[in-house]
Design a protein around this ligand. Structure first.
Ligand SMILES: CC(C)(COP(=O)(O)OP(=O)(O)OC[C@H]1O[C@@H](n2cnc3c(N)ncnc32)[C@H](O)[C@@H]1OP(=O)(O)O)[C@@H](O)C(=O)NCCC(=O)NCCS
Length: 181
């Protein structure tokens, strides 16, 4: 599939609405994601100068998008990444990440990092009390039968660098991952 990347600032109003729809559909398994404010999340990439995003198109169809946030001087956050559920597992997510990595590396970024929540029982960390010795739980993290994107990021070279216990409620941690560019 030939993908075309389009910066958010070049999207039409209709395509901007498509980006919000894809965000909503991709997170349908996490009802509390973005507090249901999908348009507002997209708008943030127009209103906040620390944020940039671009979308992947096949022809005129928006298939997914990715954003980044300038946080530290040399380590930026990947947030968010979504692929239309109808088009997942076709390499689009990996292509978006590769394009983002190339772009931020050119900006002098050394480390790209992200948080990937498990508030739906997607990993072996679900329901586990991670205190004490939180870091000790990192080595044993596995996907559950429900699947979880941390395994996708591992394939792309990201490693788990931290866990935030109970970030989304008791037994629902956030998993922090990072990659040297
Ligand atoms: C996670 C997501 C972006 C992946 O996008 P995608 O286009 O389906 O992924 P790709 O097809 O590029 O996958 C690349 C590789 O990762 C693997 N992969 C994809 N999702 C995976 C998962 N959940 N678990 C394990 N491996 C996965 C693919 O099989 C592929 O492996 P291969 O190269 O050996 O064939 C997509 O599933 C999505 O939008 N999910 C919902 C939103 C979300 O969770 N975003 C991330 C939040 S941090």
């Amino acid at each position: 599939m030939t993908l075309r990347f389009v910066d958010f600032r070049d999207l039409t109003a209709e395509q901007r609405a498509d980006a919000a729809r894809v965000l909503r559909d991709a997170f349908a398994h996490m009802p509390d994601a973005f507090d249901g404010e999908f348009d507002a999340e997209v708008d943030g990439f127009f209103d906040d100068e620390d944020r940039e995003a671009f979308a992947a198109f096949s022809g005129e169809t928006l298939l997914g998008w990715i954003g980044r946030i300038e946080t530290y001087d040399h380590a930026w956050e990947l947030h968010p990444l979504v692929v239309d559920p109808a088009c997942q597992r076709r390499g689009i997510g990996a292509a978006l990440v590769a394009e983002l990595e190339a772009r931020v590396k050119a900006d002098g970024v050394l480390t790209l990092y992200l948080g990937t929540d498990d508030d739906f029982g997607g990993t072996s960390l679900a329901g586990v009390d991670l205190f004490p010795n939180v870091a000790g739980h990192i080595a044993g993290v596995r996907e559950s039968s429900r699947g979880h994107p941390f395994a996708f990021y591992q394939k792309l070279g990201y490693e788990i660098v931290g866990l935030i216990p109970d970030a989304n409620g008791r037994g629902k941690p956030d998993i922090w991952m990072a990659k040297r560019l």
